[in-house]
Design a protein around this ligand. Structure first.
Ligand code: A2P
Length: 341
């Protein structure tokens, strides 16, 4: 169990990965009270140096005994690693904040977006799950609408960047883009098909119901985070040739009478949201502007002309930040605030 301290020993598991590197930089940017930092990855990366707090941290091989003395362990090395090592970390007394899908739907494990359901985090806690990136940015925008109008149904199509599949996918888009422009054949490795100059309606594996696992994460995690099993979510998730930030076209239908001006006012006040909605100035959220930034950007807010009590919007956020590393560090901040309070 986490005990109140001035400063905490923090481990990042998967520190060399796309999310792990952001976890280190986010801890630093937000001046998280770090006493000591451990960067853990596979044996392949042991000895590699990563920048941290003006200096460097040497990557260590992930082993169970690496968690001795660790207070908070941020995991982002895939579900298999989390299943194997999170219990070892908690046995050493660390609180685990896990970015994989391994524990998200476990009813005893809180699934937390600090601006949305902070009260799900109850001490004593051993493992906290960080939601899926596409779900996080959507629920931050849905929360004030659900509180005010009660959401009945959400139809969402995503336009997800390749960084969500890790560093290898970032490299693949770069290589394939160059190959395509040079007229060379594209060789897919990370994805089933070329991603350069293409859109793939296929994220994570296909399930028996015809949806992908990514799509069902959006269905189930949205309900768990908003605490309402009756919300209907109808998702299509698509990988697009964008490096950073996910975009989403979202149609929201509510029970109570919905007013578009009020929707805008609610979103403008919602912590974590930045409204970018001035069509007259061609101003709306864009992936290239969201990349490297913290907020969930919302724009193109307009009434659904075919239905009462429904609104359309465009939600964009950096999937490695709010969709992963930032949300995980915010959970850690919430944990230590609770101890301080
Ligand atoms: P490594 O760089 O040593 O392979 P990404 O999502 O960008 O691909 O990053 C995945 C992260 O998870 C990397 O830091 C990677 O380390 C780490 N990782 C993957 N598999 C393991 C494993 N079996 N044990 C420890 N770390 C792992």
């Amino acid at each position: 169990m986490l005990k109140k301290k001035e400063r905490y020993n923090v481990a990042v598991v998967g520190a060399t990965g796309a999310v792990g590197r952001r976890m280190l930089s986010t801890l630093e940017e937000r001046s998280f009270p770090v006493a000591g930092i451990k960067a853990l990855a596979s044996a392949r990366s042991a000895g590699q140096k990563l920048p941290f707090a003006g200096g460097e941290v040497v990557v260590e091989e992930l082993r169970g005994d690496a968690f001795a003395g660790v207070d908070i362990a941020l995991f982002s090395a895939g579900g298999g690693v989390s299943l194997e090592y999170a219990p070892q970390a908690t046995r050493h007394g660390a609180v685990v904040i896990d970015n994989s899908s391994a524990f998200r739907m476990d009813k005893d494990i809180p699934l937390v977006v600090p601006e949305v359901n902070p009260d799900a985090l109850k001490n004593p806690v051993t493992i906290v799950a960080n939601p899926n990136c596409s779900t996080i940015q959507m629920v931050v925008a849905l929360k004030p609408l659900h509180d005010r109008f009660r959401i009945r149904r959400v139809v969402v199509s995503t336009y997800q960047s390749v960084s969500g599949s890790g560093q290898k996918a970032i490299d693949e888009l770069l290589v394939q883009s160059r190959q395509a422009l040079a007229g060379e054949a594209l060789e897919p490795k990370v994805y089933a098909h070329p991603i350069a100059f293409n859109c793939l309606p296929h994220i994570d594996v296909f399930l028996e119901n015809g949806y992908t696992k990514e799509e069902m994460k959006m269905v189930n995690e949205t309900r768990k985070i908003l605490g309402d099993e009756t919300i209907e979510v109808c998702p299509t998730t698509v990988r697009v040739p964008v490096f950073y930030a996910h975009s989403e076209a979202v149609n929201v239908e509510t029970e109570k009478k919905l007013d578009v001006a009020e929707v805008k006012a609610l979103l403008a006040r919602q912590p974590g949201v930045e409204l970018v909605d001035r069509p007259e100035a061609n101003a709306y959220p864009l992936a290239i502007n969201a990349a490297g930034r913290d907020p969930v950007f919302v724009g193109r807010i307009r009434a659904d002309l075919t239905r009462e009590n429904a609104v359309n919007m465009w939600i964009v956020s950096d999937n490695l930040r709010k969709g992963a590393a930032l949300n995980a560090v915010q959970i850690a901040e919430l944990l230590i605030r609770r101890l301080a309070g």
